[in-house]
Design a protein around this ligand. Sequence first.
Ligand code: PMP
Length: 360
Amino acid sequence: MPERIYNFSPGPATLPYEVLQEASRDVLNFRDKGIGILEISHRSKEFSEVIQEAEADLRELMDIPDDYYVLFLQGGASTQFAMVPMNLLMPDKKGAYLNTGTWAKKAIKEAKTIAKVQVAYSSEDSSFDHVPTDDQYDVDEDAEYLYFVSNNTIYGTQFHKFPEKGKMLVSDMSSDILSRRFDIRPFGLIFAGAQKNMGPAGVTVVIVRKDLVNRAPENLSTMFKYKTHAEKGSMFNTPPCFSIYCVGRVLKWLKAKGGVDAIEKINREKAKILYDAIDNSDFYKGHARPDSRSFMNVTFNLPTPELEKKFVEEAEKEGLSGLKGHRSIGGIRASIYNAFPVKGVEELVEFMKEFERKNG
Ligand code: PMP
């Protein structure tokens, strides 16, 4: 393995090295066919196997029952901000939303152009430093779903317990899908861009209860209907073949690691190492309230923006890359998704201690 830096980027993010090796081999020659995976027709037997296996592995890893479709779509998670209300709320129905950060806000903004929206809760007044518990908000009775972002990538907050309100749940799980076990049954729909926990950018996974794809109005454009993609096994048009292939490899890697339960344990361990370092110091201050802390994106501040800048620059020199917080909140953000190694977190903590000793 060549010398690699520790990549704390929020996405596209670190991928398992084994997957990168397999992908580089298969780009040149896929299954000894004398042709690379990038060149194979999406209608070929080879690619059909790739997409079917990826779906089967995702179903197995997440325990997805038969009454849900698994779709591999394009347009990023951002397209889902519109597709969800287009398919589930048109015409004239209402969706309830929990505003817990930038990605929730964007989804709310988009939904408002399409349907009625109830913003049932907002943590904006406290810089999105927490997610609500169920006793802190009410969902209108006529709301078709309660929408929430399970992990707020920018602010570093996460629902440790999912909401249990509303007729059904819809969730943007872009930054914590496959990081922990949960029961999918209360969800009508889940979506996630692949580029954090599942693979490279370019494909968005949508898991939708089968009966819901019939709700879209007939006159909705073909590409925006879930039904179109569901009926054609995500092959209505050319799918993002290579991204789907890579997701498939990441899912195999995760299965070999012991699946979601095993990775959840490691994720908790990694997050604990970092949060302990923050809590044991007066120099570093966590952004999220402890009961809302994300196990995927750990956000914290130093005493001044100048020190934060210095921290990021010096960390980069030590091979600890991508630690600069999102431009909207500044500070430091360490993204430690499934494929990020424990060793990298330990090295970051060592660096933090040293930096505090020199600058504290
Ligand atoms: N939702 C969440 C929670 C995200 O973190 C992101 C991207 N960082 C998005 C949505 C937007 O994803 P995309 O860029 O794939 O549209």
